[in-house]
Structure formats: structure tokens, C-alpha cells
Design a protein around this ligand. Structure first.
Ligand SMILES: [Cu+2]
Length: 123
């Protein structure tokens, strides 16, 4: 198992990881958020004290990357449906979580009341 840490190389590693797909075009239903270079992964931004998008859908096994896009520190903490908890990170910092189990995950930023999102993990 590879474990992603909060390293500056993360974005570059993701970009490289997306290059192995030759020609299979199975993107029938577009996800609610922009797919990352990892293929079926998703990136969720953090801006305006909100997760963007607030609701995202990924396939089980996909990697979710949260990225802080503003000069305000944030974190990502699961409240329901999963167990993960990031450190607090500043602008351009990222946190990654591999969504293994189908279901609904509710998460928040514990610093900012009302900053919450939902991740739907499909089989
Ligand atoms: Cu926050």
C-alpha cells in the first residue's frame, strides 16, 4: 500500500500516475467534480471558507485530494462514514484520502463552523 503524506511532491506524483491509460474511454457519467490526473480521483478545493464542490462522487478505490486555495488554514475531518483526520494546512497544502468503502462520507473543517462537505463513494 502506498501512503500519501503531505509532501510537496504529491501533485507531481499524481500527475505522473495518470499516464498509463491508453484509449479506454469509459467516462460515461461525469462526476460532480473535476477528475484529477489520477483518472477516477477527484480534487476538492477549499476557498471562501467552503469546500468546492461541497458534494463530490468517486468510485471506491479512488483518491480524494483536498487542496487549500486560500490564505486561511483548513483541515479535513470525517464525521460520518469514514475515519480520517488531516492536520491543519495552509495555502497550496493538500490532504489525500483513498476512498475504499462505498457509502456516504460527511466531513468538515473543524476550524470553520459550516464548512462541510459530502463525499459519495460508489461501488
Ligand atoms: Cu476551514
Amino acid at each position: 500500500m502506498r501512503r500519501f503524506l503531505l509532501a510537496p511532491l504529491t501533485a507531481a506524483a499524481l500527475a505522473v500516475a495518470g499516464c498509463g491509460n491508453d484509449g479506454s474511454d469509459t467516462a460515461a457519467d461525469p462526476p460532480a467534480a473535476t477528475p484529477s490526473a489520477a483518472g477516477n480521483g477527484v480534487e476538492i478545493g477549499m476557498k471562501g471558507l467552503q469546500f468546492q464542490p461541497k458534494d463530490a462522487t468517486v468510485k471506491a478505490g479512488a483518491t480524494v485530494t483536498w487542496k487549500n486555495n486560500e490564505d486561511i488554514p483548513h483541515n479535513v475531518v470525517a464525521e460520518e462514514g469514514a475515519e480520517f483526520q488531516s492536520d491543519t494546512f495552509g495555502k497550496d497544502g493538500t490532504y489525500e484520502y483513498k476512498a475504499e468503502k462505498p457509502g456516504t462520507v460527511k466531513y468538515v473543517c473543524t476550524i470553520h463552523p459550516g464548512m462541510a462537505g459530502t463525499l459519495t463513494v460508489e461501488e
